[in-house]
Design a protein around this ligand. Structure first.
Ligand SMILES: [Zn+2]
Length: 305
């Protein structure tokens, strides 16, 4: 029996619809380590990318559980974007090996380490050893609080997306240009708003706000950690309080995922405020990089007020 023309046409139509649906769903699978990188990849990739961040904004990216669910996400990824400069050295290499996906190995075309595209601060001048604490030996990886560094990352992300998905290179380029224009305008607005606090002395928790402090012209006079990655000790905290008094510190700045106790104690002794800043963009709730920095700037402005 020959199929009727109507059936042939209906089948052809169904196949076409199926192909279109598959094509539309087949975005580039991008996995980032920290959520702020996912937010940047969203701005540059637009609706061409499917995004997953391995770290939550409430998590400290130095220490992440290498759970099997994270391995699965990496197994299917077209592009893995990391902060680099050894921020994720304690957990990411194991995941990359377990994922059985050569694309996202450090040597693969689907691997991007943004640190290679940013001017890193705190590069040790001599050899690094354990006596200095958990120093990041290739430079300070906490650059994502600085919109100037975020612009460098966005450029690197656009180039990496064009590499793994050349057909949409022009789209990524256009998205990047649009994002950089908006970021530039926002940066001027943020700088203007916080300009009255230039030169203000602050105490931070970890050496993770160096770029933020530098961008806004604040002065970091002490960290609550005696050495990077080493929790505050009573002796060191006494020293921080002395320094804070001498320098007239009115704000203790720390990411929300660090323990509260020491910062609150120090602030109380100084008559200062603790400003808890978000660890990264809340991409799970759709927060963009610009909205994340808006929130950060709001908290700083309230803290210095
Ligand atoms: Zn660190």
């Amino acid at each position: 029996m020959r199929p009727s023309l109507a059936l042939v046409l209906a089948t052809a139509l169904a196949v076409t619809t199926l192909l279109t649906a598959t094509e539309a769903a087949a975005g580039v699978k991008v996995v980032t380590t920290v959520p702020s990188l996912a937010a940047l990849a969203r701005d540059v990739g637009g609706d061409r990318v499917e995004l997953t961040a391995l770290v939550l904004p409430t998590q400290d990216a130095h220490f992440v559980d290498a759970k099997p669910s994270l391995v699965l996400r990496l197994n299917k990824a077209d592009l893995l974007i990391a902060v680099g400069a050894d921020l994720e050295v304690g957990w990411l290499p194991a995941l990359q090996t377990q994922a059985r996906n050569p694309r996202i190995l450090s040597s693969g075309a689907g691997y991007l380490e943004c640190a290679g595209h940013v001017r890193l601060r705190d590069q040790p001048s001599g050899p690094v050893d354990r006596s200095q604490g958990d120093v990041h030996p290739t430079g300070n990886p906490h650059y994502l609080f600085d919109p100037r560094a975020a612009a460098d990352c966005a450029r690197a992300i656009a180039a990496a997306l064009a590499r793994v998905d050349p057909r949409n290179a022009a789209t990524y380029r256009a998205n990047l240009d649009r994002f950089l224009t908006r970021l530039d305008a926002a940066r001027t607005r943020w700088e203007k708003r916080l300009a009255p606090y230039r030169g203000a002395p602050v105490i931070t928790y970890h050496k993770s706000l160096t770029y933020l402090v530098d961008w806004l012209g604040l002065v970091e006079v002490a960290t609550l950690e005696p050495k990077p990655g080493i929790p505050p000790t009573a002796r060191h905290v006494a020293h921080v309080i002395r320094t804070g008094k001498e320098r007239g510190v009115k704000v203790v700045l720390q990411e929300a995922y660090y323990p509260d106790k020491t910062g609150s104690l120090v602030a109380q002794r100084l008559g200062a405020r603790v400003v808890r800043i978000p660890g990264g963009a809340d991409v799970g709730r759709g927060q963009s990089y610009l909205a994340h920095l808006d929130e950060l700037v709001d908290r700083l402005a309230e803290g210095f007020r």
